[in-house]
Design a protein around this ligand. Structure first.
Ligand SMILES: *Cc1c(COP(=O)(O)O)cnc(C)c1O
Length: 848
């Protein structure tokens, strides 16, 4: 790529002036310049040359692709320079390994990162093209299920914005999270063909393909050095990993990091045996078998189905990534004793935890390092982030499956286990029960490999994602390990990127904030504190309310368009958007809607409220799907009842990042009502509070820290805390007990049991009641009365319009700490040991 000319001569000289004018003239013609003329030209060229269309005949999709290419061109130079700088300065790098990245759309973020969103807006307006409309054409990159994948996406944004040398690794699923459609009130899944029309943001790098092995046997062979033996792996199958790179542009920095996603492809000579036997068709079939690895994202959130293909996916992307990392290290270093000084690897949950055994295998088997040396480097390099305490979400793979798929890795895991358990015995003599609990292998009818234990023993850092969660990881889930290695355990409370979740999604509020505190809040969210004095300024509060009302109108129009439901923007917009899970308790919200409906039918005054839901259920999760059906049944009754005007229920289908961006700015109330102790952190709670919604929440995950930050008087708290939940669960609390004490709840339950919400089939919702009236594992009924009382406080507070606006203002002002910039700074300093790297682009931005 063309470097812009030379360093400038001394300022003030004639030469300097001529040269600067020359550069400016030159810059105007630079193909990747940021001046309006260059922007206009680039868009026209890509429409014409890349899409082969004239403006008049181009579809909105053509225009989106042309614009995306024009924007990508402007990232390329910075991208190459960033990677070159890391290499030349030989900086320590961090690698983020995640099976999921829930990126959403890229066009607007990249325009924003380059600071050319306004310029392009007007350039396009001049030729009759509406930029906001083009932005809406882009399909979401939905390579994740929910919070965990979205966290990875926010982290990449923050790392690039902070100029940190971080690379993301993952899987290029051909089909991301399914598209949800609703038929007769039930969820139906459709394949997410996000790559159908191509993806202008990715660049395929077939030259960096990596072979990955599976199956076969291991063999003991005499070692060439000394008299010992060493193991070699004779695999049975080989797959190729092809990398696709996506640029991750820092906001207002010249850093452009990479997200490298691996796609599986069959080796060219897939099965010689079959070819030679003349079975050409079977050989090609087998090719499909290997290419299927990166085909589809498993659609479970907080649940592991234990499928063989899933383990193949995990090892596939881990093996590719470790080969890439070691290959890059090897190009400039010969001594593996400094590996951990140059490489940090973060495991986003246990999905990539096999990387620990893989790095050991590469160091020992391929580079012939002694065990102790390899282990020191491995533990020094790895960090592990735990995302859940739910037992059904903890990965445990059958030893037999491991043996068949990854025989060498199983041997390495056994050896790791032998050494760790010896250390346990020495530290805690005569405690065989402890040894059994801490083993990497769970003994039972089926022997299982405990991936969380592998992750902990192979990492120098183990973190949870909110204070409460990290405490529970230490004191409950991994207590034995925290007693052995207390120094490894730490907390990194999650955050979200203010670029996407405030600046981009809520331009009205952003403008108001900028007017008050200047523009720096976008990269320094603590500056929102500067809004605090305005919380007592009636004029400011009026404008804040006005912005909220405008956002509510926009969402009301969308609800009208998509669902043909008319909602009143003057009503409370009460939002619960997140994956559907029993522990998240959408059912509690729905039961409360029924209670309000009953109250209003009985002639009680109920504050007008619009309940907005967005949630996908895992396709195999029957109870979750039934809850979606129940919400629709309640919506049908409530919305269809002409004799009440106060309540509306809108379930917006296909909840995803781009839909979240439209709902969040319009929310008055944020429902964060998980059973205490079960939501590791939550990040939806942060996005909503940052946009001025008031939280109705339990003492769970980051809710606790949000409440501490915004002040308890600006947060609606209810329900049992984690210890009380634990106690109730131990005594096997029954939901029916709660009904006995609460007549409203009794009425709600009997109305549902009567078949009122399912006249066609009166029994359909009985399983819902059965799941809570008996042993109520999520305390849905145990928390109902407290929840309903809390919602009455919400009504009272909303009646005081300026009081409400004041609370909203204080929420916004005090949410600075929940920027993922803060989180990533902590990871960078306390876990990875990476420093910001200034990227110097050869010409100043203003001249390009
Ligand atoms: C933020 C986000 C989530 C996580 O929401 P929680 O309420 O924290 O569970 C899930 N899905 C999408 C699309 C998101 O943007």
């Amino acid at each position: 790529m063309a470097d812009l000319p030379h360093s400038p001569p001394p300022a003030g000289s004639d030469v300097a002036e001529t040269s600067s004018r020359l550069r400016e003239a030159h810059a105007f013609d630079v193909r990747t310049g940021l001046q309006p003329r260059a922007l206009r030209r680039a868009f026209a060229d890509h429409l014409h040359l890349t899409r082969a269309h004239e403006l008049s005949e181009a579809t909105p999709y053509d225009r989106y692709v042309a614009l995306s290419h024009a924007v990508r061109d402007r990232l390329v130079e910075r991208w190459a320079k960033t990677q070159r700088t890391y290499y030349e300065r030989d900086v320590k790098r961090a690698y983020y390994l995640s099976a999921e990245y829930l990126l959403g759309r890229a066009l607007w973020s990249n325009l924003q990162a380059l600071g050319i969103h306004d310029a392009y807006s007007s350039v396009l307006a001049d030729i009759g093209v509406d930029l906001r409309q083009l932005v809406d054409v882009e399909p979401d990159a939905g390579l994740g299920n929910g919070g965990l994948g979205r966290l990875a996406a926010c982290f990449l944004d923050s790392a690039a914005t902070l100029s940190l040398p971080v690379t993301g690794y993952g899987i290029r699923y051909e089909f991301g999270i399914f598209e949800q459609v609703i038929r007769d009130g039930c969820q139906v899944e459709r394949a997410d063909e996000w790559l159908r029309f191509g993806n202008p943001w990715e660049i395929e790098r077939p030259e960096h393909v990596v072979p990955v092995s599976f199956g076969g046997v291991t063999e003991r062979v005499p070692s060439r050095q000394g008299g010992g033996f060493r193991m070699i792996w004779r695999p049975e199958q080989q797959v190729l990993g092809v990398p696709f790179d996506t640029p991750i542009a820092g906001y207002g920095s010249d850093t452009v990091n990479s997200l490298r996603l691996w796609s599986s492809r069959a080796g060219q000579d897939f099965d010689f045996g079959l070819f030679n036997a003349g079975d050409y068709v079977r050989a090609v079939e087998q090719k499909n078998q290997t290419e299927v690895i990166s085909k589809v994202l498993y659609p479970n959130d907080n649940f592991e189905a234990g499928k063989e293909l899933r383990l193949r996916q995990e090892y596939f992307f881990v093996a590719c990534s470790i080969a890439d990392i070691i290959g890059r290290f090897n190009r400039t270093h010969a001594d593996f004793r400094i590996l951990k000084d140059k490489v940090a690897i973060q495991l986003n949950d246990t999905h990539p935890a096999i990387a620990i055994a893989e790095l050991m295998r590469v160091l020992i088997d391929e580079h012939l390092l002694p065990w102790e040396m390899a282990w020191e480097q491995t533990v020094g390099a790895f960090g592990y982030t735990n995302h859940t305490l739910l037992p059904e979400a903890l990965e445990r793979w059958p030893v037999a499956l491991f043996e068949r798929l990854l025989p060498r890795h199983l041997e390495i895991i056994y050896e790791i286990n032998r050494r760790v358990l010896r250390e346990v015995q020495i530290t805690f003599p005569y405690d065989e029960e402890r040894v059994r609990r801490m083993s990497l292998i769970e003994e039972g009818p089926e022997r299982l490999v405990r991936m969380a234990h592998l992750a902990v023993v192979g990492s120098h850092s183990v973190n949870g994602v909110a204070k409460l969660h990290s405490d529970l990881v230490r004191s409950r889930l991994l207590r034995d390990f925290s007693e052995l290695w207390p120094e490894r355990f730490n907390n990194k409370t999650n955050g979200v990127t203010p670029r996407r979740w405030l600046s981009a999604c809520n331009p009205g509020l952003s403008e108001l904030i900028t007017e008050k505190v200047g523009i720096d809040w976008i990269t320094d969210l603590d500056q929102l504190r500067g809004l605090e004095p305005s919380a007592d300024d009636p004029a400011f509060l009026a404008r804040l309310a006005e912005v909220k009302l405008e956002n509510k109108w926009a969402l009301a129009r969308l609800i009208q368009e998509e669902l043909s439901i008319t909602v009143d923007p003057a009503s409370i917009f009460d939002v619960q958007i997140k994956r559907l899970h029993e522990y998240k308790r959408q059912l509690l919200n729905a039961l409360h809607i029924v209670a309000l409906y009953v109250r209003s039918k009985q002639g009680e005054a109920v504050t007008p409220r619009t309940f907005i839901f967005g949630a996908k259920a895992a396709p195999g999760y029957r109870m979750a799907k039934l809850i979606i059906q129940f919400i629709h049944a309640v919506a049908e009754v409530v919305n269809g009842d002409r004799r009440q005007e106060v309540l509306r229920v809108a379930f917006m289908p296909n909840y995803r990042v781009s839909l979240a961006e439209k709902i969040i700015p319009a929310a008055d109330v944020s429902e964060q009502i998980s059973t205490a102790g079960m939501e590791a952190s939550g990040t939806g709670n942060m996005k909503l509070a940052m946009n001025g919604a008031l939280t109705v929440g339990t003492l769970d995950g980051a809710n606790i820290e949000i409440r501490d930050a915004v002040g308890p008087e600006n947060f609606f708290l209810f329900g049992l805390d984690a210890d009380q939940v634990e106690a109730k669960r131990r005594e096997r609390f029954k939901g029916i007990t709660a009904c006995e004490a609460d007549p409203v709840l009794r009425e709600v339950v009997s109305l549902i049991a009567s078949g009122f919400f399912s006249p066609e089939d009166r029994g359909v919702f009985q399983p819902l009641l059965d799941a809570i009236l008996g042993v109520d594992p999520y305390l849905t009924l145990g928390d109902f009365s407290a929840y309903a009382a809390c919602q009455r406080d919400v009504e009272k507070a909303y009646a005081d319009r300026s009081g409400w606006a004041r609370k909203a203002a204080l929420n916004i002002a005090r949410m600075g700490t929940f920027s993922s910039d803060r989180t990533i700074r902590e990871y960078g300093r306390e876990i990875w040991g990476v420093e910001p790297v200034e990227i110097e682009i050869d010409a100043p931005l203003s001249l390009m």
